[in-house]
Write a protein that binds this ligand. Sequence first.
Ligand code: ADP
Ligand code: MG
Length: 400
Amino acid sequence: MKTIAELGDLRGKRVLVRSDLNVPLDGDTITDDGRIRASVPTIEALSEAGARVIVCAHLGRPKGTPEARYSLAPVARRLGELLGREVRFAEDTVGESARAAVEAAGDGDVVLLENLRFNAGETSKDESERGAFADQLASLADVFVSDGFGVVHRKQASVYDVAKRLPHAVGGLVENEVGVLRRLTEDPERPYAVVLGGAKVSDKLGVIDNLLRTADRLLIGGGMVFTFLKAQGYEVGTSLLEADQVETVKGYLDQAHERGVEIVLPVDIVVGSEFSVDSDPQVVPAGLIPADRMGLDIGPESGFLFAQKLKHCKTVFWNGPMGAFEMEPYAAGTEAVAEALVELTEKGALTVVGGGDSAAAVRQLGFSDDQFGHISTGGGASLEYLEGKELPGLTVLDEA
Ligand code: ADP
Ligand code: MG
């Protein structure tokens, strides 16, 4: 995998950069510009090297045709503010407007192409359709830089196929993300604990399977914990439960036992009458969830227990909130884990937060990014990496 520095002199070269600029929007107001900020250093470095920088990205899930509400125009404006220089916005991805903008770009200029997913070829499962779109993208540039970590697990035209068509390099953001993931997988400093939460256990089965081989300790919270409690024979009321995964989870509990991996489950749960702020929160023992109530957070005893279990760890990976943190009465469990990670970071442990909602949770709770070792920009990609899966957008960069 080449780095940008290994591409040689870029002055006057047209460099196509795949970034992850998929930010949340309210109308055309960006409500969290974290991904744009994270993308700036690579774009800036290329611009300073005198390249003609052509940035491409997707926003939301348009179905292969233009839709105004998914336009990257607001992102172009914000990117320009953060770079402190004009960003020319092309109103299409590979059409007239894109060609004209690239044509007009001078050394150091930055162009942003319109949403990649306005083109059916971008995400097509059909190799030739994807290839045809990648040909058009590639024809705009001399070199390709892959810097969208949030999409490197996708076999998509702007991630995978275009790298087959142009000399390519990995951008600094992806390089950094992969460096951190290596530290989690190749000989992590022990004890190594993983905290898993979030909504569904079925999203995370693959990663649990693989972590049972590498982690020393697995702490489970969030909506997925109820499938674990059920597997232990407890009733879980109206909590999120994936009944079809109970047997799989029983298998994991057995495997963990055989391998000497400690599984830590909550001892108390905050239950509510329904999934809403106004739902009469109460703390109950994990084994005594009333039939008509749902678990929406781990309880205070569990927060304390989890903090204790993390205390002497040298490496921690955390994915998934411990509760429905978006609602204030159910945010304390997530806050307790975040606190514990902050303390560990201060003591020199490697702490990694992965997952879009997990990152949003720590920010919403008032923590700053630099209180953690690393906050990943790609939840799905980091989980697939930890699962031991091949990430097409990375392996393609290893090819000449
Ligand atoms: P991430 O994006 O960090 O990978 P997920 O998408 O897996 O996390 O899960 C985040 C969601 O899980 C949050 O919206 C949160 O409200 C929800 N959640 C957490 N705990 C519960 C629970 N006990 N019941 C229902 N939903 C929950
Ligand atoms: Mg999520």
